[in-house]
Design a protein around this ligand. Structure first.
Ligand SMILES: O=C(O)/C=C/c1cccc(O)c1
Length: 542
């Protein structure tokens, strides 16, 4: 065989962090051969990210690891901002579950990473190579050739596509030669993680103490995280010296706490960066997670932004590797993801400016203005319900916007995930019924009646399920449904509400559960044609 056609795996992913692990699990699930390379000889075993949002949890659900991961989570984990006088000036506590899960969750990252790694054992087509460091790579028309050092020995590997999920200092990104513009913050922070939580109180408290802002976070498994701002000119050695640590901790723990009893996991100083890669796909090489963007921690969005990348990219890779769609589909990754990642960087930077303003005057303005705004219920709700968080929205890419003005459109947005009732009476989350592929989801009527031969061929090429949701009391009546249409009951009546508010009664749902398009039954054939064209779908002649 020609050397160029010998592949060790269809996809090689560099970096066994959460993003690399999630991409590998998704590819594993889709039957694509994937090799995950990790420089370390084990996964990182100390906490880093602390917040997993509902979108990431939905992704975990999609790769079949809900039960394994939920045990490492504290759902409904609020975030409270406290001023120098001890007054809570903002509290973020969204109590809704429109995507099927609590919107804010604290989690034990090392434990979740281990579950994701163990999840790969389910797939004979997924392999992991630890102690394997990428040195260099070259791409050509058919694939990518990597030079790696595995357990000290140089080796060559070849794949069709390469994903760099290898962190902020990504070797894949550096060698791709794309820019990583943005800035490095001038402030530094000391992170202290402690086992056997000496405080035990729930939630995240952001103390805007102008002398030394600090954060106190309750994590699962009895872990407490403190973060203290490092003063200008203060070195890591100085701030972690026993006397200074005792002084810092005495301010955040009750008087008389025996500091020598604290069980430290780690103490580390770090700097915040706000950077984004200029291009996330060049030929056969893609960047994801911190390799593509890094941001301050204040909204817990570094991890979740990376998980969104994994969710967006992995199924597209599977479709293209399996020959079901053209490279056009993969290009949509580079179109869809960067604008939202940039919005998350901006949000994280802004949150930092509110939390630790650079002078006492700005802090006073913040305190007065937040007090005034908190008297207005609509503003209070805006914060507490997290409405300030920009939700992903794809204005270009695998989306058909022709029918609806972009601003009001449900197209390009994540579809809701209510509970539905199946014909055998089980109540499940919607995605667990739909599975891992495309779906045509309708309200009330049967889309099959309107489908022409080409649309049927498109749906077959997509492997799409055709599902109609009905009121639970009507779901067993067969009078108006063809055998090719599955029926689910609208258990919480959220689907009826959703379709009642949007201009159409059928959505094309992508495998990542974003809405690719919306139509009335009479328009469905044009919509399917447009979706097929946008993704370069390989359709058998009808
Ligand atoms: O919003 C979250 O989930 C996490 C926020 C956060 C705040 C302060 C320090 C951190 O390490 C994370």
């Amino acid at each position: 065989m020609n050397d160029k056609m010998r592949f060790d795996a269809d996809v090689i992913v560099v970096g066994a962090g959460p993003v690399g692990l999630t991409i590998a699990n998704t590819l594993g699930l889709h039957g694509v051969s994937v090799l995950l390379l990790e420089r370390g000889d084990t996964l990182i075993d100390y906490p880093r990210a602390v917040g997993m949002d509902d979108e990431s949890l939905r992704t975990v659900q999609g790769i079949g690891l809900t039960e394994q991961v939920l045990q490492h989570l504290t759902p409904f984990h609020w975030m409270r901002f406290v001023n120098a006088k001890g007054r809570v000036y903002a509290s973020i506590e969204p109590r809704t579950d429109e995507f099927g899960w609590s919107r804010r969750n604290a989690f034990n990252q090392p434990a979740v990473d281990r579950e994701l790694l163990a999840g790969l054992e389910r797939f004979p087509n997924a392999a992991v190579s630890m102690s394997t460091e990428l040195e260099s790579y070259e791409q050509d028309g058919e694939g990518v050739t990597l030079k790696v050092i595995k357990a000290g020995a140089p080796t060559t590997l070849r794949c069709r596509y390469l994903v760099g999920a290898d962190g902020g200092r990504s070797v894949v990104r550096t060698q791709l030669g794309v820019g990583f513009g943005g800035f490095t913050d001038t402030s530094q922070w000391l992170v202290v993680d402690i086992r056997n939580d000496p405080l035990g109180v729930p939630y995240i408290y952001m103390h805007s103490d102008p002398k030394r802002p600090y954060v106190s976070v309750a994590l699962p498994d009895g872990v407490r995280r403190f973060e203290f701002m490092v003063w200008e000119g203060e070195t890591e050695e100085q701030i972690t010296a026993p006397a200074r640590m005792a002084e810092l901790l005495s301010k955040v723990l009750p008087a008389g706490t025996d500091i020598s009893k604290l069980d430290f996991i780690r103490k580390r100083v770090y700097t915040h960066n706000a950077r984004i890669a200029d291009r996330w796909k060049v030929g056969r090489v893609m960047l994801a997670g911190d390799a593509a963007h890094i941001m301050p921690v204040w909204q817990g969005q570094g991890y979740n932004t990376g998980m969104r990348d994994a969710t967006n990219l992995a199924w597209k890779l599977a479709w293209v590797v399996k020959g079901k769609a053209s490279d056009t589909l993969l290009e949509t990754y580079n179109i869809e993801r960067p604008p939202h990642a940039k919005a998350m960087i901006d949000l994280s930077v802004a949150a930092g400016r509110i939390f630790y303003p650079r002078n006492v005057f700005k802090a006073a303005v913040r305190d007065v203005s937040t007090w005034l705004l908190n008297q207005i219920p609509a503003f209070k709700r805006y914060f507490s319900e997290m409405r300030y968080k920009p939700m992903p929205f794809y204005s270009e890419g695998l989306v058909v916007h022709e029918k609806v003005a972009r601003k009001a459109s449900p197209v390009g947005r994540l579809f809701i995930q209510p509970r539905v009732r199946t014909l055998d009476g089980e109540v499940k989350l919607l995605d667990d019924v739909i599975g891992s592929g495309f779906a045509l989801l309708a309200w009330g009527a049967d889309p099959n009646y309107w489908l022409n031969a080409r649309s049927k061929a498109i749906l077959a090429a997509m492997g799409a399920r055709i599902i109609t949701a009905k009121p639970v009391v009507q779901m067993h009546r067969k009078v108006d449904m063809s055998d090719a249409t599955e029926v689910v009951g609208d258990e919480q009546m959220r689907l009826k509400d959703w379709f009642g508010e949007h201009p159409g009664s059928i959505v094309v749902l992508r495998p990542d559960r974003f809405v690719a398009g919306i139509a009335f039954p009479v328009e469905i054939n044009e919509l399917l044609d447009a979706v097929a064209a946008r993704m370069g779908l390989k359709v058998e002649a009808a």
